[in-house]
Design a protein around this ligand. Structure first.
Ligand code: SF4
Length: 435
């Protein structure tokens, strides 16, 4: 059998084949299909049109429905989308539906999926959202698909997929305290461009990666799509297994898959993380890279800490370390990705204060768990940029209009850089606060 990368081995297994090669098209069996309030209604429409009004999904326990995008709004169309999810979940007897206004409500899908035990090594997870690649942090093949493909998966549990070639990014060394996974992935995207990994797997490897906690690994994989990647992936280790085994929904068996020695990579780049500086992506593209030291002092109007990329407990702990005992100079919005993260704001303490107390004392506003302003949303969305202002954000995209106003400027950075900048009112280097 030829040596294969992790991505190839997972797709071979899912296709029932002993091996696959990059470029080959295969039918894969899907382990989990996720959809949310933005794409769910369209997906269900395709499913009903193609399979009939009485059709049933292929497996109601493999479909996960997570309303998260436009949740806390008066917008009638957004509310209608959630109603459509409710009706479909009821009609199809969907077990894993995390409805708004119930105890099951979670928030952002890509963080909710692992928290609720829907991510497992070796599996194929598809979702109607481009950042589905986040789950590659669990050693699985995870990618975003369109509503048409998702409608087909609902009916059959299968998808026709082309096997991507794999690029490998190796991080060596111990991450300095002023750097986070966000800096690493912004460095990669800046180096290869927003199309640098188009339809390729991005495998992250090296001791610098395996020293990261699971949330930071999720940040790395989350932004694979920002380089055009088909998927991001990190081999499962004990850290992964400890997390997965505590949560595994339905206690499903799974198989850990690793890259074979001698597997072929289409590209390889090695980083020494000890030599990196804090990185930022300037408006209006995630690959518009600069070191923070090069843009320090740039005036800002707002800071935003949230989303599937930068709204996890690790992100808030890092930001709170800098904000503790100080006051922000600009409007600062804090949005936990999920209700579990939100609870962590009340239980996690630094110096005797909870994270929530630290943020509120610093003058930040805290929203409810959801995507909130990461994708703009209706005008009453918490933290939305409703004017042409400048915002520094822990989110993953800064295209024109992404967070609301088309002329707003969004700078992407780590939670440490965003917190330091909130205190300064301009882009600031967190290293000056950490030493
Ligand atoms: S937080 Fe932002 S990037 Fe993540 S799923 Fe929501 S809108 Fe998309």
């Amino acid at each position: 059998m030829p040596a294969m990368t992790m991505t190839e081995k997972i797709l071979a297994r899912a296709a029932g084949k002993s091996s696959v090669t990059p470029g080959e098209n295969v039918w894969v069996n899907v382990d989990v299909l996720m959809t949310h309030d933005v794409c769910g209604p369209g997906t269900f429409g395709v499913f009903k049109k193609e399979f009939g009004p009485q059709a049933k999904v292929w497996d109601p326990e493999k479909v996960v429905i997570i309303p998260d995008h436009y949740i806390f709004t008066k917008d009638a169309m957004a509310n209608r989308n959630v109603d459509i999810l409710r009706a479909f979940a009821k009609e199809q007897n969907i077990k894993y539906f995390y409805d708004v206004g119930t105890e099951k409500y979670k928030g952002v899908c890509h963080i909710a999926l692992p928290e609720e035990g829907h991510t497992r090594p070796g599996e194929v997870l598809l979702g109607t959202d481009s950042h589905t690649c986040t789950a590659g942090a669990f050693g699985e093949f995870a990618t975003g698909i369109g509503n048409t493909d998702a409608g087909f998966v609902l009916g059959t549990g299968k998808l026709w997929l082309k096997v991507p070639p794999t690029m490998r990014f190796i991080f060596h060394g111990q991450l300095p305290p002023y750097l986070m996974a966000k800096d690493l992935i912004l460095a990669v995207i800046g180096d290869i461009g927003v199309d640098g990994a188009t339809y390729r797997a991005m495998e992250f490897d090296g001791d610098g990666v395996f020293a990261l906690n699971i949330e930071e690994r999720m940040t790395l994989c989350n932004m694979a799509i920002e380089a055009g990647g088909k998927n991001g992936i990190i081999a499962a280790d004990q850290v992964t297994l400890d997390y997965v085994n505590q949560r595994n929904a339905g206690n499903k068996p799974y198989t850990v898959v690793t890259t074979d020695p001698g597997a072929k990579f289409i590209f390889e780049k090695v980083y020494d993380v000890t030599k990196l500086e804090p990185v930022i992506a300037k408006p209006h593209s995630p690959d518009n890279k600069a070191f923070v030291s090069e843009v320090k002092g740039t005036k800002l109007d707002r800071a935003y800490i949230g989303s599937c990329t930068g709204g996890k407990l690790t992100d808030f702990k890092a930001a709170a370390e800098l904000l503790r005992g100080k006051s922000v100079k600009i409007d600062t919005f804090v949005v936990p990705a999920t209700t579990e993260v939100a609870r962590g704001l009340d239980t996690e303490k630094i110096g005797g204060q909870t994270l929530r107390e630290i943020f509120l004392a610093a003058g930040a506003k805290i929203g409810d768990a959801s995507c909130a302003a990461c994708l703009g949303g209706p005008s009453d969305t918490f933290g939305r940029l409703n004017a042409p202002i400048s915002c520094i954000s822990t989110t993953n995209r800064n295209f024109p209009g992404r967070m609301g106003h088309k002329e707003a400027k969004v700078y992407l950075a780590s939670p440490l850089t965003v917190a330091a900048s909130a205190l300064a009112g301009s882009i600031a280097d967190c290293r000056e606060l950490l030493v």
